[in-house]
Design a binder for this molecule. Structure first.
Ligand SMILES: Cc1cc2nc3c(=O)[nH]c(=O)nc-3n(C[C@H](O)[C@H](O)[C@H](O)COP(=O)(O)O)c2cc1C
Length: 210
């Protein structure tokens, strides 16, 4: 089977790519709306882009050309929280993708509790085992549908007690979920451990060197 990319419309391309780029972790983003309420939505086009300072990136699409509430809130306030849900939060994560007017708080609708931010004004989701308080860094547009890649600098890591072992997250205990194609999710399968491959140490470079 061969598919020529320019023959596909945006929906067909999305359907194809979201089944190819799998499994995807989920950034469950809380942000503040104009009324100071907590907006909450899941985003699986998500990764980290820098270690020092720690930075993450999320691709946020548009709804028929209009920016999603999360993107608007990030641009308006300059901060947001990436919460990481576990298997127990799957239904809430999925339901928080429902489209609501900007003044509706999905966190409130879903009966989730929030905790105040420490470094930023955006609250985090209390039920989430991990939350990253982020300061908005920049957004870069890609393609023809108005999608933008939002990058944020992590200022504070909140990690549930017991999840951190020797500086590393105990993934088995975290029980993360991931998105695959369609309204489908998966949890961790068996973990296979291999010999660690030695890597040259990461260092901080001078700002003007490449
Ligand atoms: C698991 C999951 C992952 C999603 N990932 C993305 C994504 O990466 N980018 C995106 O624009 N929308 C994504 N969506 C759709 C948004 O969550 C949805 O458009 C939501 O209504 C946006 O809410 P907001 O308008 O409050 O920002 C995803 C939905 C689900 C259920």
């Amino acid at each position: 089977m061969r598919i020529s990319a320019p023959d596909l419309n945006p929906e067909q391309t999305y359907r194809l790519m979201s089944g190819i780029v799998v499994p995807r972790p989920i950034a469950w983003i809380s942000s503040l709306n104009a009324h100071g309420q907590v907006n909450l939505a899941p985003f699986s086009c998500y990764t980290f882009v820098s270690n020092t300072p720690p930075m993450i990136g999320v691709n946020i699409g548009r709804k028929a050309g209009i920016r999603k509430d999360t993107a608007n809130n990030i641009v308006t306030h300059g901060h947001f929280v990436v919460n990481i849900g576990d298997e127990t939060l799957l239904d809430a994560i999925h339901m928080s993708a429902e489209e609501h007017p900007p003044e509706v708080s999905e966190a409130e609708l879903l009966g989730l509790s929030v905790l105040p931010g420490e470094a930023i004004a955006t609250p985090r989701i209390a039920e989430a085992p991990i939350s990253l308080e982020c300061r908005f860094h920049n957004a870069t547009p890609y393609g023809d549908t108005g999608a933008e890649f939002y990058v944020g600098e992590v200022l504070v890591f909140h990690i549930r007690d017991g999840l951190l072992q020797d500086g590393k997250i105990d993934t088995t205990q975290l029980r993360p979920i991931c998105r695959i194609g369609g309204p489908n999710y998966a949890s961790l399968g068996p973990i296979v451990t291999k010999r660690a491959i030695r890597q040259t140490a990461k260092t901080v470079m001078a700002r003007d060197s490449t």
